[in-house]
Ligand binder design. Structure first.
Ligand SMILES: NC(=O)C1=CN([C@@H]2O[C@H](COP(=O)(O)OP(=O)(O)OC[C@H]3O[C@@H](n4cnc5c(N)ncnc54)[C@H](OP(=O)(O)O)[C@@H]3O)[C@@H](O)[C@H]2O)C=CC1
Ligand SMILES: CC(=O)C(=O)O
Ligand SMILES: [Mg+2]
Length: 576
């Protein structure tokens, strides 16, 4: 299949799915989002594909179509409408959708991803137009493989799966959570160039405990309380086995937005047997550690000279804390010394040994300090005097004025990461962080904030979001045939990402590369992870490609339209 080669992400896609021979003709060509080029079909293509006359006579090339999409995009008055518009574009014309996203990534990420995707999930029944992804319910036990066989594509390589229990910081959204796997997989393609037809979003519907949804006439999921018993584990176990049976053992399974009770134990259960990771625990850990490593260039401290206070001790915070311990140990500390630098606060206050309030899981015990209990975050901050505070508890405004003022008192450049999503759940806004600390804060947030000017200087907050990590790791896992993903890969990604932050970024207050560069950043992470994987015998694709840079890029999706030649319709027994 001949293709143009000026793609924003990769250039040598061979169109394996529709390899060489096309069986689709006529109106079905235009109904297939993988093939559709809208008014971009040439006269010759319209004739050979049997669609001549089905389109207005003019030709509008892809550049012109991007212009048209952007005109429409700006016409909408709110972001939810823009989300709906972009989703319908994805359903209609996939290449155009991805070209728009990659060319306008800063503008588009807040729509197809956090924060708007959160609102879209909350309103999923209302905005539902066309199904995308696969729904597997608790009633499907015993038939999961058959449901996977209903998915029309055989060559699936990446699955993002949720059970909808903890959607961003919005809580249990049940089957409305499907917006998250859909959005995450769009980023697999848009940011790392994973072939879109190999991506499969899945919702495991075991019910919801969200009363509003149970009473919502438009709710799209099972109207029953969540299954909490052994049937839940039975379904997940069957799902994991069925996925491998249908798609092979190197299919990547990303767990996303599961509730805390299930996330950790499912990760432990499956991480050494499947090609799987939990994005909220491990992807978040990598992006946060990258931001901390990059911030050292601003604070001029060594990693080991820092003290961290976490607001939250859930998937995100524990994940970050564990990877931070690995990074601190790599810098020369013992595990004990590393753990001493980490202070965690959960819904019951500071995590200390033998806490009277209880609630200590094994993960939390690991970080329990020998200290008297402290109930309030602001008292923890004033007692511990940390160099960094990291929020991931979905408690909006938890970083209050006193905390931010104290942080600026204790530190020349305090690190303040408000990682909770969506924007409404952020621990503080960028404006609050910079103004209250009088421009001292080294700030990053999970959802994007606009630049802020304080004392004549403009600060560009970084987006500390796992979107910088999972697409690159995912691409490499797929193309290099990585069968299990050890923690070291996340540390490697964190280090790579931190090194991609340039001096000019740091000068603007950024601890992540600007979003405008996220496509190239994801590709670089993919290449470096591939090098790491081969060096550490984690990659099963052999022989090892001579040039991993070229190899990775050669597998990336091209957002350019393909050219359809008459040969596509000619094969033995079939002539045009
Ligand atoms: N920026 C990014 O890339 C990412 C951001 N996140 C965001 O982080 C947030 C949390 O996610 P996640 O860790 O997975 O959720 P979890 O449910 O696993 O953890 C939430 C944690 O917050 C704690 N908490 C709740 N209320 C309070 C309170 N009042 N004071 C202190 N702690 C409190 C809980 O305490 P307890 O343990 O006592 O219940 C729990 O430890 C979400 O908003 C999510 O969107 C998540 C992943 C990635
Ligand atoms: C970013 C993400 O994964 C979350 O907020 O859950
Ligand atoms: Mg998540």
């Amino acid at each position: 299949m001949a293709e143009k080669s000026s793609s924003a992400i990769g250039s040598t896609e061979k169109g394996r799915h529709y390899a060489n021979r096309l069986k689709v003709r006529g109106i079905d060509v235009m109904r297939d989002p993988h093939l559709n080029k809208g008014m971009g079909f040439t006269l010759k293509e319209r004739q050979i594909m049997g669609i001549h006359g089905l389109l207005p006579p003019a030709l509008l090339d892809q550049d012109g179509q991007v212009y048209q999409v952007m005109q429409n995009f700006h016409r909408w008055e709110n972001n939810l409408d823009r989300y709906i518009y972009l989703m319908s574009l994805q359903d209609r014309n996939e290449k155009l959708f991805y070209r728009v996203i990659t060319e306008h990534v800063e503008l588009m990420m807040p729509i197809i991803y956090t924060p708007t995707v959160g609102l879209a999930c909350q309103k999923y029944g209302m905005i539902f137009r066309k199904p995308r992804g696969l729904y597997i319910t608790i009633h499907d036990i015993g038939h999961v493989y058959e449901i996977l066989c209903n998915w029309p594509v055989d060559e699936v390589k990446a699955i993002v799966v949720t059970d909808g229990e903890r959607i961003l910081g919005l809580g249990d959204l049940g089957a409305y959570g499907m917006g998250i796997p859909v959005g995450k997989l769009s980023l697999y393609t848009a940011l790392a160039g994973v072939q879109p037809h190999t991506c499969l979003p899945i919702t495991i519907d075991v019910g919801t405990n969200n009363e509003t949804l149970l009473n919502d006439p438009l709710y799209i999921g099972l109207k029953q309380k969540r299954e909490r018993g052994p049937a839940y584990d039975q379904l997940i176990e069957e799902f994991m086995k069925a996925v491998v049976r249908r798609y092979g053992e190197n299919v990547l399974i990303q767990f996303e937005d599961f509730g805390n009770n299930n996330a950790f134990r499912l990760l432990e259960k499956y991480r050494n047997k499947y090609c799987t990771f939990n994005d909220d625990i491990q992807g978040t850990a990598a992006v946060a550690v990258a931001g901390i490593l990059a911030s050292l260039n601003i604070t001029k401290k060594k990693l080991s000279e820092n003290k961290f206070v976490f607001q939250g001790a859930g998937e995100a915070s524990i994940g970050i804390a564990k990877l931070l311990v690995m990074a601190l140990m790599k810098s020369g500390l013992s595990k004990e010394e590393a753990v001493k630098r980490i202070w965690m606060v959960d819904s019951k206050g500071l995590i200390v040994k033998n806490r009277p309030a209880g609630g200590l899981t094994d993960h939390k015990e690991e970080f329990a300090q020998t200290h008297a209990p402290i109930d309030k975050l602001e008292d923890v901050v004033s007692t511990v005097k940390p160099t960094a505070i990291i929020g991931a508890a979905a408690q909006p405004q938890a970083f209050n004025e006193k905390i931010l003022t104290d942080m600026a008192k204790f530190n020349e450049r305090p690190i303040i990461f408000a990682l909770s999503n969506p924007t409404s759940k952020a621990e503080c806004t960028a404006e609050q962080a910079y103004t209250i600390t009088k421009g001292k804060a080294v700030f990053a947030s999970g959802s994007p904030f606009q630049p802020v000017t304080v004392g004549g200087k403009t600060f560009h907050p970084g987006q500390g979001n796992n979107a910088y990590i999972f697409p690159g790791i995912g691409l490499t896992a797929i193309v290099c045939d990585i069968r299990t993903i050890p923690e070291e890969i996340f540390l490697e990604s964190a280090e790579v990402l931190s090194k991609l932050v340039e001096k000019s970024d740091l000068e603007e207050g950024r601890v992540y590369p600007p979003l405008s560069k996220i496509v190239e950043v994801s590709t670089t992470i993919a290449i470096k992870v591939a090098e790491y994987a081969y060096k550490n015998n984690l990659a099963y694709r052999h022989p090892k490609p001579d040039n991993l840079d070229t190899f990775i890029r050669s597998h990336q999706y091209s957002v350019d339209y393909q050219t359809f030649e008459p040969e596509l319709y000619e094969w033995p027994g079939h002539k045009l």
